[in-house]
Design a protein around this ligand. Structure first.
Ligand code: PEP
Length: 249
């Protein structure tokens, strides 16, 4: 079956010292925890400090973004080769904040996934609808469009999907477990239609105001394989509670 996966997306938070303090407090809290994969995605500037401290633990490192070229004249960008060099094994691609504030389209997301996979990093692909799209009954249409564009000519190995309804990100409004499972089921069927049997191995995470209080009920849903956690991943004890909550699956 699919091992639960809990990923922390710190967004633009934490200096290197704050990152180190977090990891030093967090690791003892999850000592001996098994049956769940754990990922931390600090900002670029903290990746190396995090990599050094989590080496020899089961915790894996992710970047929050990447560029789709391997090197060259792209001032300010970071390539998959550089992320590998820093100790990352995952990259979050297509987060709604990147789509909203940095005009990232499904075409750009697709180019990023291609280069990242070519370089052997795994991908957490974020998709999800806005409140207006949900109210207009367009959720499945949006998910279909984002999946088709992002996964064009991409094989499914090394891909995790994060369903993150935009209206639930950082708002304190969580999708109900039923709403999450319904969207995840749609995604699973979509993957199954495109890729066949291998789709049952793909992890589909839920993201949007996940907390220690609601993680159990979300994880109880059959199609929820884990969580991408923003705000509640910034404190070691709250993130550790979410991680241990996910082991009950
Ligand atoms: C996120 O940033 O991916 C996220 C889900 O944030 P939050 O948990 O704060 O809603």
């Amino acid at each position: 079956m699919r091992t639960p996966l809990i990923a922390a997306n710190w967004k633009m938070n934490k200096t290197t010292v704050e990152t180190e303090n977090f990891i030093r407090s967090f690791l003892p809290l999850i000592k001996g925890t098994t049956g769940v994969d754990i990922i931390i995605a600090p900002p670029f500037t903290s990746l190396l400090s995090a990599a050094i401290l989590i080496r020899a633990t089961g915790v894996r490192l992710a970047a929050q973004n990447v560029f789709y070229e391997e090197k060259g004249a792209f001032t300010g960008e970071v390539s998959p080769v550089m992320l590998l060099d820093t100790g990352c094994s995952f990259v979050i691609i297509g987060h709604s904040e990147r789509r909203q504030y940095f005009s990232e389209t499904d075409e750009i997301v697709n180019k990023k996934i291609r280069t990242v996979r070519k370089n052997g990093l795994e991908v957490i692909l974020c998709i999800g609808e806005s409140l207006k799209e949900r109210e207009d009954n367009k959720t499945f249409e949006v998910l279909d469009r984002q999946l088709s564009g992002s996964l064009d000519n991409i094989t499914l190995d090394g891909i995790t999907i994060a369903y993150e309804p935009i209206w639930a990100i950082g708002t304190g409004k969580t999708a109900t477990p039923g709403q999450a499972n319904e969207a995840h089921s749609f995604i699973r069927k979509w993957l199954d239609k495109k890729y066949g049997d291998i789709a049952c191995k793909t992890r589909i995470l839920y993201g949007g105001s996940v907390t220690p209080e609601n993680v159990d009920s979300l994880m109880a849903e059959p199609e929820v394989d884990g969580a991408l956690v923003g705000g509640a991943s910034l404190k070691p004890d709250s993130f550790a509670k979410i991680v241990t909550g996910a082991t009950k699956k």
